[in-house]
Design a protein around this ligand. Sequence first.
Ligand code: SAJ
Length: 406
Amino acid sequence: MINVIGLGYIGLPTALMLAAHGQQVIGTDLSEDVVRSLQQGRVSLMEEGIEQLFHQAVAGGIRFSTEYQRADVYIISVPTPYIQETKCVDSSYVESAVKTVLRVCPRGAVLVIESTISPGTIDKQIRPLIEKHGFVIGTDVFLAHAPERIIPGNMLYELKHNNRTVGADQKEIGVRIKEIYGSFCKGEIILTDIRTAEMTKVVENTFRAVNIAFANELAKICRKNGLDVYEVINICNKHPRVNILQPGPGVGGHCISVDPWFLVGDYPQIATVTAAAMHMNAEMPKFVLKRIRKIMREHDMEDIGRVGLYGLAYKANVDDCRESPGLQLQQVVNDFCAMTLPSYDPYVSRKLLSNQYADMAQFLEQVDLVVILVGHDEIRRNADLLKGKIVLDCCNLPELSDAYHL
Ligand code: SAJ
C-alpha cells in the first residue's frame, strides 16, 4: 500500500498514475474540500488527459482520505514555500507530514520525500526529527528522495516519459522505490544518494532560471541597440553548442522563480551568479512598465488606465497564477501610480485583481494598449480581435508580428 500525502499539483497526478498502473494507493490531503471533491469525482487540476487518468485510477481502486494511512510506502508531496526574507526553504509542511506519518506507519515503512527541498534539508531537518521521535533510520523507517520534474501544461506526458532521480540511503530501498515509479515511468530512473538527489532538483531549475535571465539581459541590451533580440537568439541558437532560452515579461510559477533562491539563501557568498540571475528575472516587470511608458509617449497616450494586461497565469495554457509576471507587473504599476489596470485571462475565472474582466470583448473595450504577458492558444487563435489596438507582445507570438516587443 502506498499513501500519497498531499494531493496538489504533483501529489495528485502521481497518486493517479500509480493507481492506474496497478499500485494500491490511498491519497491523503488535510483539506476536506480537496478530498470531498475527489471522492465525488471532481478533479480541479487543468491538465490534458487528467479526467481519463482519474477514471483509470478509480478503476484501479484509488481512495482519498483526510487521514494518514498505515502503508508500506509514503510519498510526501506537500508544498515547500520559500521564506521571502531569508530566501531559505520553509520545510515545515514536510516536517509536519513526516511527524504524522511516524504516528501511523508500521516498522520498516519507507518515507519518500517528493517535495522540492533545498540541498541538505533531509540531513539537517528530517533525520534529526525522525530520531527525536525515537525511530532508528535504516531499521525502523527508511528514507528516500524522489524529486518531481514534470512541467505544468504537459504533466501527464512528462510523468510517463521524463527521466527521474531516486536518492536513498540503501541500494535495496532505492531499487524498491525505482520499481514503484517504474510501474508508470518509461524514462530512465537513476539511483543515487539522498544529498545528490536533493542537489540535482534545485540545480535543474537554477540552470533554467540562469539561462532565462541571460535571455532577459540580452533583451535589454538589444533594446538599447535597436536590435531584434529574438533574431539574435535565433541565429545564435543555430550554433551547435548554443541554446539560449526566450526573454519574457518575468519568471513566474512556483519552481523556476523560487528554487534557485534556496542556493542563494544557503550559500550567499558563493551563489552570486544565481543571485544576479534571479534579480535580473525579478526586474523584468519593471522593464515592461518602461516599455509601456515609452510606447504610450510614441502614441501621445496619457491615461495609463487605458493599458490592459492580457494573461494573469504564469505561462501559456495553464491556470496557475503563482508568482505570475502579470500579477508582478500589476504590483509594479501600483507602486508607480497606485492604479489597477484592466486585465483578462481566459483560464483565470477567480477574481485576483479588482479591475479584472471575465470577457475578452468587454476587456478590450476598456483599453487602447494591450500588453500580452502570456501566449495562451486563445489569443493566438483570436489575434484578429486585437486589430485597431496598440499591442506590446512580450511573448513574441508569430500571429502578432506587427506588435511592439520587449
Ligand atoms: N520562461 C521564460 N523564458 C523561457 C522559458 C520560460 O521567460 O524561455 C518563463 C515562463 O514564462 C514562466 C517561467 O519561466 O513564467 C517558468 O516556466 P517554465 O516553463 O520554464 O517552468 P515551470 O516552472 O513551469 O516548470 C519547471 C520545470 N523545470 C525545468 O524545466 C528545469 C519542470 O520540469 C519542473 O518539474 C518544475 O519547474 C518544478 O516543479 O520544479
